[in-house]
Design a protein around this ligand. Structure first.
Ligand code: TXA
Ligand code: MG
Length: 327
């Protein structure tokens, strides 16, 4: 099938109430017509996700925002103008007529305009046939690591789901989520966008997320997790742990960006990641999946630096460690 034919097939399926997986610059999404509650229900069923967890509505341009959110606060217009299309999701008061299936029954809606050219082409083609938003979570089963390639998605759902292949995701971890629906702006989920740049655009600081924050499944402790038990260790503790595990004779893997003993001690398989945050984020989920597929007893991960550019990466790794080893 040509790319054009695949896109046409994707639109036809979405019109018929089916789901389609598509690339975004962050991770692959599992999309459905956001105005069709039965189609949205299929997304939840495929993912195995609790139905009170809201989905992000993906739109072709910021001009469509008022169809989904009302009122659209000035800060939302400013952030959309500065960062869309891009890896930023805005939580806003929902407009009339946004299905409960999308919002999990909450008074707010999450909206994002993705930058990936194929996502954009799909959203434009959908708009041309009257579909003005695709509700899409990451295209993985609930609790699994998000997919950053078309093959990852096929591994999650098999041949039943049409996957548009846009190559490996460029950002590699999920969008930054900013909540503008309440008194003060809050970052609900950090991403690779610099929060200082976001704060500068809205002319202020972010409030802490707080215990009363709306439900975000990405904020559950156990999320983004591989099946193999995973330990997150700073560099010196990592070396000691490598020696200790090697002495037990069990097979294990280490995801590192710094030096490890050469040659690797018995039992250890080393998977390397770039030592700068953009490259690390881009490769992280693929490496986690590779490590999980090795059949080792344990995955050790070298903890990234504590400074701001690594914040979102540390967030995902912490959750991966907490949720790992359960299946
Ligand atoms: O990068 C991304 O955001 C990817 C790509 C596909 O766009 N999507 C993604 O979707 O990560 P998902 O569903 O896996 O994570 C979105 C998070 C969820 O934790 C959900 O609870 C939260 O966004 N969310 C969506 N709508 C919300 C709302 N109205 N209020 C609070 N949280 C919301
Ligand atoms: Mg997800």
């Amino acid at each position: 099938m040509t790319d054009t034919a695949r896109l046409a097939e994707a639109v036809a399926r979405l019109r018929a109430g089916d789901v389609v997986a598509f690339p975004t610059e962050t991770v692959y999404g599992l999309g459905a017509d956001a105005r069709n509650p039965a189609a949205v229900a299929r997304v939840f069923a495929l993912k195995g996700r609790p139905t009170d967890h809201p989905l992000i509505v993906h739109i072709a341009s910021a001009a469509l925002l008022p169809r989904w959110a009302a009122p659209v606060p000035p800060a939302a217009r400013a952030l959309a103008a500065a960062f869309w299309p891009g890896p930023l999701t805005l939580i806003l008061p929902r407009a009339a007529g946004v299905p409960d299936a999308v919002t999990g029954g909450q008074p707010t809606v999450g909206v994002r305009c993705p930058a990936h050219p194929l996502a954009h082409a799909l959203l434009e083609a959908c708009l041309a046939v009257g579909i003005d938003g695709l509700a899409a979570p990451s295209a993985n089963r609930f609790g699994h690591v998000s997919p950053t390639t078309a093959d990852h998605v096929r591994g999650e759902f098999g041949p039943q789901v049409l996957v548009l292949d846009g190559g490996p995701a460029d950002v590699g971890i999920e969008s930054t989520i900013v909540d503008l629906s309440r008194d003060a702006p809050r970052v609900l989920r950090p991403g690779m966008l610099d929060t200082a740049r976001l704060a500068a655009v809205i002319g202020g600081e972010f409030a802490p997320a707080g215990a009363d924050a709306p439900r975000v499944s990405g904020s559950l402790a156990a999320h983004y997790a591989p099946a193999t038990p995973l330990e997150l260790l700073p560099g010196d503790a990592l070396i000691a742990r490598i020696q200790a595990l090697s002495a037990t004779g069990i097979p294990f893997a280490a995801l590192v960006y710094g030096p490890v003993p050469e040659p690797p001690p018995a039992g250890l398989q080393v998977l390397r990641l770039p030592a700068e945050p953009a490259g690390y984020a881009r490769a992280l989920y693929a490496r986690l999946r590779e490590a999980d597929a090795l059949g080792v007893a344990r995955i050790l991960v070298e903890a990234p630096p504590a400074d701001l550019p690594w914040l979102a990466i540390r967030d995902r790794l912490r959750r991966a460690a907490q949720g790992s080893g359960r299946s």
